[in-house]
Design a protein around this ligand. Structure first.
Ligand code: GCB
Length: 881
């Protein structure tokens, strides 16, 4: 039994070469074992399995990819069954067979030929099930998996701002190994752990702990070959150790290598990777098992005043959070699409990624190892805990799996275990003081246990936790537990204003000078269809997104004590209960749910990525801009260069320089096609957009015109193929409201109703509206028009949403009643229009009429109240004749 073995490097190069050749020879031995993906051709049924509705599906699979985005409240949270027949030939009888599940959300029960082979709780970590004892050889074997994503008080996450898509949504493997193999029974870890007993610029001492499982009934004489190679495949060390493995036992072998001098260190700029090779051989020198793994040499530290250190040097962490889902796929996303995300994150220039709020596919961590991205990985203990032994056990087990499975990734330097754990408590107005005290204690108690476990399992990593804007994290002392505390701060969105970020952080740093801080989340929602030159809090405009991110970046850069910042979120993601400008989607992404970048992505690239010259004109979604006056329109230009020249339609406008990666140029657009060209010393970019420029609603250069009533922003509407212009008080020659006010659901954060509207995808058109407007005028020339009016009843109880902190839910009882008659000029097009009655739930309503305008009277929309105050969301006019 070997406990610790010191391997010395071989000194003569000739000998090294000889050994290397020998090793190559041995590594090419045929391995009996197999690892096969068994993703295709499963049968699936939603609900109980005694049904005839089985369908054939491939894994990755989720049953919630559609219902988490439809108009019906909620999504299937319950049971789904999967089954598959697997043939095992007699030649495999001597092997040990495991099913390896990379991710099943959230509880799985696995059956083999009707026998319960195993259970796993938690949707984001992998697990292995040894199925050997139930297999029949030279026969088909029935594998059944019962998956349950119901709310379960003993499995985290209990509650969070993302959709808990159910299903077998990551690969399933069948792993068949000889009776002695590198362990597969250690919480689905790699079966070995790479550590450093010393690490510095001068030298690195590697220590590897290997776990060997022996299913043989007798002692086995095996040997273990270990090799470390550099990136050029040159052997740095190799050695063979003799092992005596006890019968039916697992054992740990520690291998301590002597130091490598002047190692090449791993970092985001230079992600140099060495390789580790492990081979387990039997007495006859047959390879029983083998593993290959890349390893990078790096170490990290945090300092409460000086920030984050990688390899002894300060590094400001700037990057993103990421959720794993993707438009059209839920969480069952093809791996190549997921990998594209990591490449996009690297291309943006980010050096850190927080995989929030759960461990994500290991393939992505591999990419981070290779590309050089530091990773914060965490388990989904979010918003609240259940004070039961079962919940604590599942959480601790989950962290054990998480740390063990992700341990060998060079990129993973931070292990987290909780997010905003007091969020529910902070909004709880039902529990008594005593109950609240109990909840607090439970959370702190679990945090202590998770912290202790993480430090024990991963002594060289940094432990982290994130909290929301609330004194409870200080008061309870929970924020002092991890080595690094992340604040999720939404100043200028849910809370106060953008500059309050720095004020808050400085105060925290002063009060808790020993605590290392990271801005772990920040960012406003932004919908690429919404733009404005007067951005406001909670308007979902791309301009407000730019404003907030640009300021936050500056505020963090100026504060050396801040270790860094991770934007919320890299991409828009599914959150079923949400009703932002796009329902069921949290729109705080730097890129969209379909991974098309928003302009802000390019701004980050311009400040973070200095590798290649870059310039971006932020007009990606400006097409269709309508300007009704002689004013210019401000356009942002992003670049990593210092200065540039801008041309509009071939004419030079000005020279300018970039500050903080951005310059704003007022564009005197012309009617029609406009070409903007920006030239820097090394690079240039050109963009063309269509602009309607007119002084009046003369319908000369356009035939369709739309107004987004009650809104200060443009809305580029895909449904109507038009950009609705912002609203205004009536101005002679154009349009506007004579009376009425912007409808506001009880406070100042969001205009209108920030909820999903049924029967339409054009939420931003319906969500904002005028209330109490009795007259609206449009000075259109004589002629025939099709006039469409848009309405929604705003006062019906919204879905409870603790993240839409702006929205105070109105109770079902005080459903506003409004009844009104609608006139266009002198014609009544609807009598006693009563939305609460006729259109329950927020339903997008369109009323159209053909109208002839004569005698230069223009168009007047009149809303005559019968009961309550009328509301109206928009108007769209098409000239017919
Ligand atoms: C948070 C949460 C995150 C939410 C985010 C938001 O603080 O940690 O899960 O998605 O806020 O957008 O409200």
């Amino acid at each position: 039994h070997i406990k610790k073995i010191i391997l010395k490097p071989n000194n003569t190069s000739k000998f090294r070469l000889a050994v290397f050749i020998l090793i190559l020879g041995l590594f090419s031995d045929k391995i009996e074992a197999q690892i096969v993906t068994i993703n295709s051709g499963w049968q699936f049924v939603l609900g109980e399995k005694n049904s005839n509705n089985w369908e054939t599906i491939n894994i990755p699979h989720t049953w919630n990819k559609d219902d988490a985005f439809d108009d019906v409240k909620g999504y299937h949270r319950g049971i789904g069954w999967y089954k598959k027949q697997l043939f095992f030939s007699k030649s495999k009888e001597n092997l040990i067979h495991y099913l390896h599940f990379k991710g099943v959300n959230q509880e799985a029960d696995v059956y083999v030929n009707g026998n319960h082979a195993g259970n796993h709780k938690g949707g984001y970590t992998a697990f292995n099930i040894n199925i050997s004892k139930w297999i029949q050889y030279d026969a088909y074997n029935l594998i059944e998996v019962k998956v349950d994503n119901s709310h379960n008080v003993n499995i985290p996450p209990l509650d969070a701002d993302f959709t808990f898509y159910g299903g077998i949504y990551r690969d399933v493997l069948l792993i068949s190994k000889p009776k002695q193999h590198i362990s597969l029974s250690d919480f689905a870890s790699d079966g070995y752990y790479i550590d450093y007993y010393t690490i510095s610029e001068e030298k690195v001492g590697i220590e590897v702990k290997v776990l060997i499982d022996n299913f043989e009934n007798s002692v086995s004489n095996n040997s273990l070959k270990v090799a470390i190679l550099d990136a050029e495949n040159k052997t740095v060390f190799n050695k063979r150790l003799k092992l005596k493995s006890s019968a039916n036992a697992s054992e740990a072998i520690n291998i301590k290598f002597s130091e490598i001098y002047h190692p090449k260190l791993w970092s985001p700029e230079s992600p140099y990777l060495y390789k580790l090779q492990l081979q387990l051989l039997d007495e006859a020198q047959h390879v029983l098992d083998e593993k290959r793994q890349h390893i990078g040499f790096r170490w990290v530290q945090v300092d409460a005043d000086k920030g984050f250190f990688l390899n002894g040097k300060p590094i400001k962490l700037i990057g993103v959070n990421r959720h794993q889902d993707y438009e059209g796929y839920g969480n069952a996303v093809p791996m190549d699409l997921q990998k594209k995300d990591i490449q996009l994150i690297k291309d943006m220039g980010a050096n850190v990624l927080r995989n929030a709020h759960y461990p994500q596919s290991r393939e992505l961590y591999d990419m981070c190892d290779k590309l050089g991205i530091l990773v914060w990985s965490e388990i989904p203990v979010v918003n609240k805990v259940t004070d039961t032994k079962a919940f604590f056990d599942v959480s601790l087990n989950m962290q054990k799996e998480h740390v063990k499975q992700y341990y060998n990734h060079t990129s993973v330097v931070m292990f987290g275990y909780m997010n905003e754990i007091f969020l529910r408590l902070a909004f709880d107005n039902k529990s008594t003081k005593v109950e609240k005290e109990k909840q607090k204690n439970a959370a702190v108690n679990l945090a202590k246990q998770l912290e202790e476990l993480t430090r024990k399992l991963a002594p060289n990593h940094i432990t982290v936790m994130a909290g929301h804007l609330n004194e409870l994290y200080n008061e309870t002392g929970i924020a002092n537990l991890p080595m690094l505390f992340g604040w999720n701060l939404y100043f200028g969105w849910y809370d106060k204003d953008i500059p309050d970020l720095g004020i808050f952080l400085d105060d925290q740093h002063k009060r808790y000078p020993k605590r290392s801080l990271l801005l772990s989340e920040y960012g406003p929602g932004a919908d690429v269809r919404i733009f404005t030159n007067t951005p406001k809090k909670f308007d979902f405009s791309t301009e407000y997104q730019a404003k907030l991110h640009q300021s936050y970046y500056q505020q963090i850069i100026e504060r050396p004590y801040m270790t860094g910042m991770t934007a919320w979120n890299f991409a828009d993601f599914g959150s079923e209960f949400r009703g932002d400008a796009m329902p069921h989607v949290n729109q705080k992404g730097l890129i969209q749910f379909n991974r098309e970048p928003k302009d802000i992505y390019y701004w980050y690239k311009s400040v973070l990525n200095n590798k290649t010259p870059f310039v971006h004109i932020a007009t990606t979604y400006l097409d269709g801009l309508t300007l009704l006056d002689n004013n210019t329109y401000p356009v942002q230009i992003y670049s990593n260069q210092s200065s540039a020249m801008v041309f509009l339609n071939g004419k030079k406008l000005q020279d300018f320089s970039f500050k903080n990666g951005v310059a704003t140029v007022d564009m005197p657009f012309e009617n029609g096609r406009n070409t903007i060209k920006v030239t820097t010393e090394t690079i240039s970019e050109e963009k063309t957009i269509e602009v309607i420029k007119t002084k009046a609603l003369d319908f000369k250069t356009f035939s369709r015109f739309g107004i987004n009533m009650g809104a200060h922003f443009y809305f580029s509407d895909k449904e109507h193929q038009i950009t609705f212009v912002p609203d205004q008080p009536y101005e002679k020659g154009t349009f506007g409201y004579i009376d009425g006010t912007v409808f506001n659901l009880s406070n100042d954060k969001h205009q209108g109703v920030p909820y999903s509207i049924k029967n339409t995808d054009s939420e931003p058109l319906f969500q904002t509206m005028l209330e109490g407007c009795t007259k609206y005028k449009l000075d259109v020339p004589n002629g025939e028009y099709k006039v469409s009016l848009y309405f929604v009843e705003p006062q019906i109880k919204p879905t409870e949403n603790i993240y839409n902190l702006n929205a105070v839910a109105t109770s079902e009882g005080d459903k506003e009643q409004r009844i009104f008659d609608i006139y266009i000029n002198d014609t009544c097009i609807e009598n006693r229009f009563n939305m609460a009655e006729q259109y329950p739930e927020k339903y997008g309503i369109e009323k159209s009429a053909l109208v002839r305008v004569e005698n230069d009277k223009g168009l007047t929309i009149s809303l005559k109240s019968v009961v309550g105050k009328p509301v109206i969301s928009g108007v769209f006019i098409e000239k017919i004749d």
